[in-house]
Design a protein around this ligand. Structure first.
Ligand SMILES: [Zn+2]
Length: 274
């Protein structure tokens, strides 16, 4: 599932081609995404408008269009945004194609259809954004703020990190990597961390997300950037997907446990329970 770095890489890849460009025509596939505006609304608001802004909030991509219209996309589990020269050939599992001036086409392909494509009329701020927490790179995120947000919580540190209503955009892969780098046990109660722990968590969060963006994101199954290329950060993962393999820091075997229905990978020696 694309997390913050993958969505950021997609945005940066799309921006030079899309900014200022007008949507001429919208082709809508037969199968619906899990959350998708009705076809007539998409057809009413998108064609004819130029794209003047592209933004990321958490794992959401926002297309700011002429006249104050916003198109919000979420890639779900397997969504891809592929930029090509139009008119687009019919690709399997393509749900939306934005055909643009200059012969460019942007296709939203999503095999499992957990993605979202919602359009919001002028002046209406997308409702899903009210559930999105603070951006990890925001100056408003400090060790003190994290400690405050976790105060009194018995939930595990890993689930706290993955809660998009607190910190936006961190999913399973990066949560595992951040906790390994910060040498914290994923099942530690979030409310018991010290300010020093939170300082390390925040520093490693920013370092790892930045490194992943620089490497074009992580491809473990489906993720491709807007040019159809895989990321490279999977080569630098230290614990995620490495069950039974030696920890790159101490040599102990990396273990996998299930937490909240998701696989957590960690080193039992470097990330001791305290
Ligand atoms: Zn280790």
């Amino acid at each position: 599932m694309p997390e913050l770095p993958e969505v950021e890489v997609i945005l940066r890849g799309l921006a030079p081609s899309l900014l200022g460009r007008r949507i001429l025509r919208l082709v809508i596939g037969e199968k619906r995404l899990r959350r998708e505006s009705p076809p007539e609304e998409l057809q009413e608001w998108l064609p004819g408008r130029a794209i003047f802004g592209l933004e990321r909030r958490g794992k959401y991509l926002l297309f700011r269009l002429e006249g104050g219209v916003t198109l919000l996309l979420h890639l779900g589990m397997t969504g891809r945004l592929l930029l090509g020269s139009g008119p687009s050939p019919p690709l399997p599992h393509v749900h939306l194609v934005l055909e643009m001036e200059g012969g460019l086409a942007l296709a939203f392909q999503d095999v499992r259809r957990f993605g979202q494509a919602l359009v919001f009329p002028p002046g209406v701020e997308p409702a899903p954004l009210s559930q999105v927490g603070r951006e990890p790179f925001s100056r408003e995120v400090t060790p003190e703020w994290l400690a405050e947000a976790a105060r009194g919580r018995s939930r595990t540190l890993k689930n706290f990190l993955m809660d998009g209503r607190v910190l936006a955009g961190i999913g399973n892969i990066y949560a595992c990597e951040i906790l390994f780098a910060a040498r914290l046990h994923p099942a530690a109660p979030a409310g018991r961390l010290s300010l020093g722990d939170w300082t390390r968590v925040l520093k490693e969060t920013r370092r790892i997300l930045n490194a992943a963006i620089a490497k074009g994101g992580t491809t473990v199954s489906d993720y491709l950037n807007s040019r159809g290329e895989t990321g490279l950060f999977q080569l630098e993962l230290l614990v995620y997907g490495r069950e039974g393999e030696p920890c790159r820091r101490c040599g102990q075997a990396v273990v996998r446990v299930s937490q909240g229905g998701r696989s957590t990978f960690f080193c039992p020696k470097c990330q001791k329970e305290r």
